[in-house]
Design a protein around this ligand. Structure first.
Ligand code: 5GP
Length: 120
């Protein structure tokens, strides 16, 4: 039986294209698609194709160093592709207090409007 860390999420179905999504980037390790509930004119989720226990950033281990770097580097590539030349934001929500809802690590890339530092 799969452990909790290996339990599939909706993102597996998105990667496998069992659930359609608006794909903006894909390579052998990384997949990126538009958020279904965008919080900015550009709102993209960047995820590892293989979760490898990385349900969230709080579960990161040394074996994840490479994929963590690739996720951030891909955010930069997509920001450029999306024309976010005046700036953008990346966010990783973790756990209940971080408002994480899907337990397959994902980097949010937000842009196309002025961001405001969260006052809450
Ligand atoms: P979290 O709240 O875990 O940081 O982010 C999860 C994100 O996944 C949310 O912004 C939510 O809108 C997005 N999301 C959840 N289900 C789907 C889906 O089926 N398709 C797409 N494109 N985005 C989804």
């Amino acid at each position: 039986a799969p452990s909790d860390a290996d339990a599939p999420t909706i993102f597996d179905k998105i990667i496998n294209k069992e659930i359609p999504s608006n794909v903006v980037y894909e390579d052998d390790k990384v997949f990126a698609f538009r958020d279904i509930n965008p919080q900015a004119p550009t709102h993209i989720l960047i995820i590892p194709k293989v979760k490898d226990g990385l349900t969230g950033l709080s579960k990161a281990e040394k074996r994840h160093f490479e994929i963590l770097g690739r996720l951030l580097y891909t955010a930069k590539l997509i920001a450029k592709q999306e024309g976010l030349d005046d700036g953008f934001r990346v966010v990783i929500n973790d756990g209940p207090k971080g408002c994480q809802s899907v337990y397959h690590i994902h980097v949010h890339l937000l842009g196309g409007r002025q961001m405001n530092w969260p006052p809450g």
